[in-house]
Design a protein around this ligand. Structure first.
Ligand SMILES: NC(=O)c1ccc[n+]([C@@H]2O[C@H](COP(=O)([O-])OP(=O)(O)OC[C@H]3O[C@@H](n4cnc5c(N)ncnc54)[C@H](OP(=O)(O)O)[C@@H]3O)[C@@H](O)[C@H]2O)c1
Length: 246
């Protein structure tokens, strides 16, 4: 029986670690063909090798989502290699949180560029492909921070709220052929939590992660659930967090 995932061509940004890498492994085990994007080539290659060692199908493309041409390369690779693109998972992100008074403006800019411009670059690259095929699925990874703002996560939460708003706007225009899903994870046990931002804020996030985070496999299976739905059925939004998270 078909899994609803088998054979689908899925591109994932931010696939070199954490939720993206775990989602790639989950989908590969169920027969998806993957095009994986991130900036760290060595880490990306490790993910691709782990998948192909288990007879899975995956190709890596060095992608910086802040660059429009890189997203075009990602979607072109899917079409050139596999003949189509069924799903784009826009997952690349960073959690460089800090209080406003620290004026970490490079971090602010990077989060806007990665989460907002990066998502738009993905939409710009995949939408023409999806329209041509008359099918396609956008899966956009936001955060519970798009639902509840907690200091000092103001800029991170704003950019993830933008992901939520863009996803809903896209869904309303998507028409009968496309699917659009927002996935908002809570604390997830990945290396990205506590990296960047102010040292105090990063340490506090890492402590919380160690106390209450869910494994990235939980988010991977939520993404898989949305992808596995029959044609014509769109899971609009999934909020997923550990029961320990308030
Ligand atoms: N972990 C959590 O608690 C949590 C909670 C809610 C939402 N999220 C969201 O989940 C997503 C994945 O995060 P994670 O927790 O799995 O952390 P992670 O392990 O640090 O993964 C982040 C991924 O994004 C990639 N990335 C960052 N900037 C990029 C760019 N400009 N271009 C291309 N790729 C880029 C990184 O790869 P390279 O560095 O190799 O480019 C990496 O593969 C993020 O959007 C994050 O905001 C995480």
């Amino acid at each position: 029986m078909s899994s609803g995932i088998e054979g689908k061509v899925v591109a994932i940004t931010g696939a070199s670690s954490g939720i993206g890498a775990e989602t790639a492994a989950y989908l590969a085990e169920r027969g998806a063909r993957l095009v994986l994007g991130a900036r760290r080539e060595n880490r990306l290659n490790e993910v691709v090798e782990q998948i192909t060692a288990k007879e899975g199908s995956a190709v890596g493309v060095v992608v910086d989502v802040t660059r429009r041409a890189d997203l075009k390369l990602l979607t072109d690779t899917a079409v050139d290699r596999f003949g189509r693109l069924d799903v784009l998972v826009s997952n690349a992100g960073m959690m460089a949180v800090s209080p406003f008074d620290e004026l970490r403006q490079d971090d602010w800019d990077a989060m806007v560029a990665t989460h907002v411009t990066g998502l738009l670059n993905g939409i710009g690259a995949a939408l023409p492909v999806f329209r041509r095929q008359r099918s396609g699925h956008f899966v956009n990874v936001a955060s519970t921070a798009a639902h509840v703002v907690k200091s000092p996560q103001g800029v991170y939460a704003a950019t993830k709220t933008a992901v939520k708003v863009l996803t809903e706007g896209l869904r309303q225009e998507s028409g009968p052929d496309l699917r659009v899903t927002l996935v908002s994870p809570g604390f997830t046990d990945t290396e990205g939590v506590g990296r960047g931002g102010s040292p105090e804020a990063a340490a506090a996030l890492a402590r919380q992660r160690d106390e209450i985070a869910m494994p990235p496999s939980a988010v991977a299976s939520a993404i898989g659930y949305a992808i596995a739905q029959p044609a014509g059925i769109d899971i609009g939004e999934i909020v997923i967090r550990s029961t320990a998270q308030a």
